[in-house]
Ligand binder design. Structure first.
Ligand code: FMN
Length: 237
């Protein structure tokens, strides 16, 4: 039975294998008498994946691509939670800045606090979004604004401090501008850049990105869905 926590050192880091029985260690924690339990822990427990679908279109390209990814993730044993951003109830940030000092939002609880808990819970965040005006849709921006205090802190000199380190992210972005103009004219590429900005400062490592231009002339098809499933196979290892 795989129980990586048993081998954890008090500092939560790598510890040598002295005192543990190498032969009975079914997870193979020892690498040259060194216990690499954190890596093994990730491999042994179910991966937690949060899918944020930012498109308001129920049968749009983003919805279909994220559905393919979520199905593949479930088939690979991941724990999957999906949220439709356009269905959430989230009030806009008032910019009071109280959250920066108190670490909590003063607005009445709504879906922003709930999604922040999901961000803390997940190992992998998948953001699927259409490009709106070369950027992310306003619904997602409002959500990120409301969660800022749980995503990025400030050091003593006002420097950003990522609060969600150790997590990975994958981006799926669609737009009508065909390739390569979606990249050259910063359409889907502008959306990717804006998302990277938020995620990087929050501590996420953006592991990959699927950018799909020209959705009006050529709607999302089976090849795109297979590309999405492949991405999940890469993420799940
Ligand atoms: C308000 C709005 C703004 C948009 N802005 C852009 C844009 O700046 N560049 C672009 O190429 N497509 C733009 N589009 C088109 C969408 O990105 C495109 O239709 C996308 O494939 C929709 O994905 P979905 O069907 O999954 O929602 C916009 C669409 C809407 C509704």
């Amino acid at each position: 039975m795989c129980n990586p926590g048993d081998a954890a050192g008090p500092d939560g880091g790598v510890r040598t294998g002295a005192g543990l029985d190498k032969d009975t260690d079914s997870c193979g924690f020892f690498r040259g008498n060194v216990c690499v339990f954190q890596k093994e822990e990730r491999r042994c427990r179910r991966m937690k994946m949060l899918f944020l679908n930012v498109s308001p279109r129920r049968d749009g390209g983003v919805a279909r691509m994220l559905e393919a990814m979520a199905d593949e993730a479930r088939a690979r044993g991941a724990e999957v939670v999906c949220e439709r951003v356009s269905s959430l109830s989230v009030r806009a940030c008032t910019g009071c800045m109280v959250c920066r000092g108190e670490g909590r939002c003063v607005l009445p609880p709504d879906d922003a606090q709930r999604v922040l808990e999901l961000l803390r819970w997940c190992d992998v965040l998948v953001v699927g979004t259409p490009c709106y005006w070369g950027n992310m849709p306003g619904t997602l921006k409002v959500l990120f604004d409301r969660m800022v205090y749980g995503m990025m802190g400030e050091g003593r000199r006002g420097m950003p401090r990522p609060l969600l380190e150790g997590r990975r992210a994958w981006l799926v972005v669609t737009c009508t501008t065909p390739w390569p103009f979606n990249v050259w004219f910063r359409q889907s590429r502008g959306t990717v850049r804006a998302l990277r900005e938020v995620l990087r400062w929050s501590g996420f490592r953006v592991a990959g990105c699927i950018e799909r231009g020209g959705t009006r002339q050529r709607p999302v098809d089976g090849r795109d869905l297979e590309r999405c499933r492949r991405a999940v196979r890469r993420l799940c290892g």
